[in-house]
Structure formats: structure tokens, C-alpha cells
Design a binder for this molecule. Structure first.
Ligand code: ZN
Length: 670
């Protein structure tokens, strides 16, 4: 599971930027995007061996890029190559409006790894003219266009034209509209065209029925569902020699090189197991790999590489490709270690029904890390918290590894500093001061609680299907983890453990959280649209449910024709979060799909249009980019005259466009 950072921008605290200046972190801006850089503070101090390990893990993380592009939509790769060819071939006026809009469009496509918005999932609307596009496309020599064999250039051009300009074609990457055929209406490439949701569900239900109930593999995770000539369905597995085989083969070579510099024999064996999984596509091997990976808690350099998260599949079965590498931040990790060591206390004292609690909390490991590279579905828009593996039985029997990515969080803070957002959406000076004083500490702690304890807490009743909540599962799971953190933030245990400075600090989090859920997060959604993304739905659900059921604790107040969140009773809010946590855990533990649907549809999806308009106008005046993403550092091997690697150089000056064009060349595998 991953957690996005955007909520952290909602209300921000002033923060010391460290030794780097703001300009270092804040880079290019286009459309609704602000690009940021991140620092890898400890890299230069690493031994050569560790630098080499990072280098090969980094290369492996970048090499899967094209897999994700193809997963997001089957036409993404040809379109990217076509747009890049037009960009490279263009010799006209670079100041003309059409060209400038074309550039913005290209940057958005790069950012989203395809033609659909990375958060809203809708297809981008180009602002350049169709005439401009067709004229420039026509000028590109055929040899530079990725025209598939057997397709006439004319037909290829028509396809590109439809992709960019036909609003009904491939309209939404992931459609989650209740009651529609989610498979047939989603543009993602996990199911071949013509396959319906009903067919896919029957297919996977039959596979599920053949699985052992106690330790099922994550069936369907690593393949595209396709139709045989006789009409039956089959899975085209992503593996060496199979679908995406060219990319996977390059990844395994790099992983084998990384293995030579592994932190330990354990880590080398873990990587070897991952390679075997990539070679065979056998999900039982993926389970063994995950068990080995989760047990390796000593390695100071760690990684993720593979088919991991299922947010991009409307049925939540198929995983998008991602890769990254990280270096532990030992000092900050003390904080999460404290939480982990007390995991059982938190579990025992939570407000949920005893039947849904874990008798033994196993292996909740938690670290603060610095990212060394972001790849696949983590690039350029990244999670700041990651908790893996996702297999329920492995989590139950072997625990999970949870990380908070410190250097990314820090870059976000720098970007948010002085944006004026806190001032605009905070009701009074006293609350603003509270947020200034405690906001950052509480934000960090809430993320830690969410990742280290929230996701790992609770248990399903025996026989309950882990996928029972279907399309609502992700939202309910995120709400569970968020509520766990919200509930515990004011607890005396937090001050006793030395984590919160005093018993007032939690108020900063409560105010920020509700303001985000009720008001500010909708600034990132276009007028007239609903909330789609699971983390956003979760925050809306919690905030709106609380507003409806605890009017004595929280309200929305109008002052000088602006609306603000007003909190009347903080302790009562804690009580509200406890009650909702208990209900959400019941829904999860019993697999109550109907209750999940009611909660999410009632509180997590719809937006009050009048309030939405106001929030967007106030937000627009602040001129803040609603989404942020990261430019990666560039690592190069330094060799002596005999060709021996003597160092790995890290460079953080590459521009966004250069990086994207370079990735298009160096990591083009499909
Ligand atoms: Zn989460």
C-alpha cells in the first residue's frame, strides 16, 4: 500500500529548509504540476560497494518504465514516441501559442506516464489546435514514427489523432463509477478490449476457488487477461520470455549485477528469488520472495522492484510496475522504532471490537528512509509512505515493512512553505499558531502511525474473503489506517513515549485533517467532477462523516463570505474518530460490502458544488500547483583507465525535459 503526500500540503507549517536553499528544491512548473528536486543527503558518505549497489538498483528501477506506460493504456508508448518525434523534428516558431500548448501537453503526458491525468484518471484536453498537430505529425519522417508492422502510416496518424483529440476515445484510465462495467469502460490495459467486468469476475472467481483459502497467491497480479480464439479467457503473463519480456530481461540482468554488491547473503538471496520470479512469472515464488524481503530488516539499503500496487486496475487485481531504492535514515528511524516496539499496546487499547484485534502483532517494522531513485508508478509523482508486501496472509504471518520517505517529505515542506494556504483556510490566529508550532511534528507522526500501526492492525474474521470489499477496499483500508492515527494522536501514550511534545499538539493535526477533507483537497478536482482516488475518498469520508454525526464537535462556518472549518470540541472529535474506526474495522473484518458501499458513496465521493467553486477560487488566487512530482538524481559510473568502477557520481541538476527525453532513449525497452 502506498500513501500519497498531497494531503500534507493542505495546511503547512513554516519549516527550516536545512542547508539547501528553496531554489534547490523547487523547479519547473506547468499545468497543475510543480516539479521538485530531492536531495539524497547521505549518498556521498557511502562506501563504494554501497554506491554500486544503489547504482544497479537504480538502473533496475528505471528500466521498467515502459511497462507502466503500456499498462496505463495500450496506446501510451506509440503516442509518447510520436510526441517526442514531433518535439525533436519541430523547426517552427517556438513562441507560437500552439507550440507552447503542445509542450505543456507533452510534459503532462510524461508526468502521468500516459494520456490520462495521474490523479483524476481522465484524458487530457489538448490546448493546441488539431491543425497544428496533424501538420507537424505529417512532417515527421516515417522512420522516426513507431508505426506497428502492418499498419499504414495514414491509419497510424488517424489513431494518434483520435488519442489526442477524440474525447470519447479511451476517455478514462480507471473508471470506478458505481453500477457501470468497470472493465469495459476503463482505458487501462489490464484487460483486452471486449472483455466485460462480469467475465473477468467469473474468471478470477474460478481461480480463487482453486486456491488454498489460508495462503492464496495473489492470482491475476502479473498478467493481462485476454481472449483465446475459441472465446475462452487466458492470462498473458508478464515474465521473461512472455509479455513485457524484453524489459523484464533487462531488469533481471541489472538485479543480478546488484546482487554482487548486496548488503548481505540474505539480501543477495532475496534478489535471486525475485529474479526467479521474473523468469517464471510463478506467483508462489513471488510469495517466497516477499517473505524473504520482509524478513530482511538489517539491510541499510533496500529496494522495491516489480508488480506491486493494484490502484490502477478497476477490479484491484492487477499490479502496476514500480521500482525504487532507498537508504535508511537512522536518526529519524528511532521514532518509528518506538511505535513498532509498542505495537501490541496500541492494538490492545484500540476502540475496535476484540474479535477484530490481533492477539499477536508480528513484525511491524518501520523505517524512515531517503529515496535514492523513483521509478515506474512512483515517478515522477511519488508516495511518501509505503507498506509492503500486500499479500494478506504474508502480512499476517510474517509482518510487513513500512517506510516513510524523509527526503521527499522534506522537499514537499519546502515547496509548501510560505504558500499562504494555511492563512487562507485557517479560521483564526490561534489555530494558525497551533499549526505553525505543531503541524510538522504531527504530520510526521500521523504518517508514522498510519504506516507502522494502522495498516498492520486488526484481523479478518475466519473465512472472510480479503477482497470482499471489491472496488471499495482501498478506500476503506486507507480510512482504517488514517483513523488509527487520528484516534491515537491525543493519547497520553504518545506523550509518555516522548513522541508528541504535549497534550495540545494533536489539535494541529485535527484541524488540518478536517480542513483538507472538507475543503482544500477538492481544489485539485475539476468543477463538476467527483472524488475518484482512494486516499482522497478516504479523507472526504472521515471528514464528512464526522461533520454529519458530530455537529457539536465540528462545523463549517462562514465569515465574510468565506467558509472555514470550526472545531468546537476537540476531545469529542477524538471520540468520533474512535467510533468510526470501530465501524470501519468491523466492515473490513466481516467483509461487509454493502456497508462499505454506503459509507464511501454517501461521504467519500460527492462534492458540494457551491463550496467546491469557492475553494477552487480561493486556491486559484494563491497560485499553488495542486500536484507535485520529482526529478530524479542522475547516477553515473566513474571508471579508471582500466575500466574499473572507482566511484558513482550523483548529479541533481538535470532538467525535467532533459530527464524525460533521456529516459525515453536510455530506458526504452518496449
Ligand atoms: Zn495507507
Amino acid at each position: 500500500m502506498t500513501d500519497t503526500s498531497t494531503e500534507k500540503e493542505a495546511i503547512q507549517t513554516q519549516h527550516d529548509t536545512g542547508e539547501k536553499t528553496d531554489e534547490y528544491f523547487i523547479d519547473e512548473r506547468f499545468a497543475d504540476i510543480q516539479m521538485l528536486r530531492y536531495d539524497v543527503p547521505c549518498f556521498d558518505k557511502l562506501t563504494l560497494r554501497r554506491k554500486l549497489l544503489i547504482y544497479y538498483l537504480t538502473e533496475a528501477a528505471l528500466t521498467g518504465r515502459d511497462i507502466l506506460w503500456d499498462q496505463n493504456c495500450q496506446y501510451n508508448l506509440p503516442l509518447r514516441k510520436t510526441l517526442e518525434a514531433i518535439y525533436g523534428n519541430y523547426s517552427g516558431d517556438k513562441d507560437c501559442t500552439d507550440y507552447r500548448h503542445f509542450l505543456t501537453y507533452l510534459k503532462r503526458v510524461w508526468f502521468s506516464n500516459g494520456i490520462h491525468h495521474h490523479y483524476g484518471y481522465s484524458k487530457f484536453k489538448p490546448l493546441f489546435s488539431r491543425e497544428f498537430f496533424l501538420r507537424e505529425l505529417e512532417k515527421v519522417p516515417t522512420s522516426l514514427l513507431p508505426i506497428p508492422e502492418g499498419l499504414a502510416r495514414q491509419d497510424f496518424e488517424r489513431l494518434m489523432d483520435r488519442l489526442v483529440f477524440d474525447t470519447d476515445f479511451m476517455q478514462k484510465r480507471v473508471n470506478q463509477t458505481d453500477g457501470e462495467d468497470l472493465v469495459a469502460t476503463s482505458a487501462c490495459n489490464y484487460y483486452a478490449q471486449g472483455i466485460t467486468q462480469h467475465e473477468a469476475e467469473i474468471y478470477y472467481n474460478s481461480i480463487k476457488a482453486a486456491q488454498p483459502t489460508d495462503r492464496p497467491v495473489m492470482y491475476g497480479l502479473n498478467g493481462r487477461l485476454e481472449r483465446n480464439t475459441d472465446g475462452t479467457l487466458t492470462e498473458n503473463v508478464w515474465r521473461k520470455g512472455g509479455m513485457y519480456g524484453k524489459a523484464i530481461s533487462r531488469i533481471t540482468t541489472l538485479l543480478e549485477q546488484a546482487m554482487e554488491y548486496a548488503e548481505s547473503e540474505t539480501q543477495a538471496n532475496t534478489i535471486r528469488q525475485l529474479v526467479r520470479f521474473y523468469e517464471t512469472g510463478d506467483l508462489a515464488l513471488f510469495d517466497t520472495y516477499n517473505i524473504m524481503w520482509v524478513q530482511d530488516t538489517d539491510s541499510e539499503i533496500d529496494f522495491t522492484n516489480g508488480f506491486i500496487e493494484t490502484y490502477g486496475d478497476p477490479l484491484g487485481i492487477k499490479a502496476s510496475w514500480e521500482g525504487y531504492a532507498n537508504i535508511v535514515d537512522k536518526q529519524s528511524t528511532m521514532r518509528t522504532t518506538t511505535l513498532s516496539q509498542n505495537a501490541q499496546w496500541f492494538e490492545d487499547n484500540s476502540p475496535v471490537d476484540t474479535r477484530f484485534k490481533k492477539a499477536h502483532c508480528t513484525g511491524v517494522s518501520a523505517k524512515v528512509v531517503n529515496a535514492a531513485i523513483l521509478g515506474g508508478d512512483l515517478y515522477p509523482s511519488s508516495a511518501i509512505g509505503i507498506n509492503l508486501p500486500n499479500s494478506n496472509w504474508i502480512r499476517a504471518e510474517h509482518g510487513s515493512k513500512s517506510v516513510t520517505i524523509g527526503n521527499l517529505t522534506h522537499a514537499y515542506r519546502v515547496a509548501a512553505k510560505g504558500s499562504g494556504l494555511t492563512e487562507e483556510f485557517t479560521i483564526d490566529k490561534a489555530t494558525k499558531e497551533l499549526i505553525d508550532m505543531y503541524g510538522e511534528t504531527c504530520d510526521n507522526l500521523h504518517t508514522d502511525l498510519h504506516e507502522c500501526l494502522g495498516h498492520g492492525s486488526g484481523q479478518l474474521l475466519p473465512g472472510v474473503d480479503p477482497d470482499a470489499l471489491k472496488a471499495y477496499g482501498s478506500t476503506i483500508e486507507e480510512a482504517r489506517a488514517d483513523l488509527f492515527g487520528l484516534y491515537y494522536m491525543p493519547d497520553d501514550k504518545m506523550t509518555e513515549l516522548g513522541l508528541t511534545p504535549d497534550t495540545e499538539a494533536y489539535k494541529a493535526l485535527y484541524y488540518s485533517y478536517l480542513t483538507n477533507g472538507l475543503l482544500t483537497q477538492t481544489a485539485r478536482i475539476a468543477e463538476g467532477e467527483q472524488i475518484e482516488e482512494a486516499h482522497m475518498r478516504n479523507r472526504a469520508l472521515i471528514a464528512h462523516w464526522t461533520l454529519r454525526h458530530y455537529p457539536q464537535a465540528v462545523g463549517i462556518t462562514e465569515r465574510e463570505s468565506k467558509h472555514y472549518v470550526e472545531i468546537y470540541d476537540y476531545p469529542a472529535l477524538r471520540n468520533a474518530f474512535g467510533v468510526l474506526l470501530s465501524e470501519i474495522q468491523r466492515i473490513k473484518s466481516t467483509g461487509d460490502l454493502e456497508a462499505a458501499r454506503r459509507l464511501v458513496e454517501e461521504y467519500g465521493v460527492k462534492i458540494d458544488q457551491r463550496l467546491h467553486k469557492e475553494v477552487r477560487e480561493r486556491y486559484a488566487k494563491l497560485n499553488i500547483a495542486p500536484f507535485k512530482g520529482f526529478i530524479n538524481p542522475r547516477y553515473t559510473l566513474v571508471r579508471d583507465k582500466d575500466g574499473q568502477a572507482i566511484d558513482v557520481a550523483m548529479d541533481c541538476t538535470e532538467t525535467y525535459t532533459r530527464q524525460m527525453l533521456r529516459y525515453g532513449k536510455e530506458y526504452s525497452t518496449l
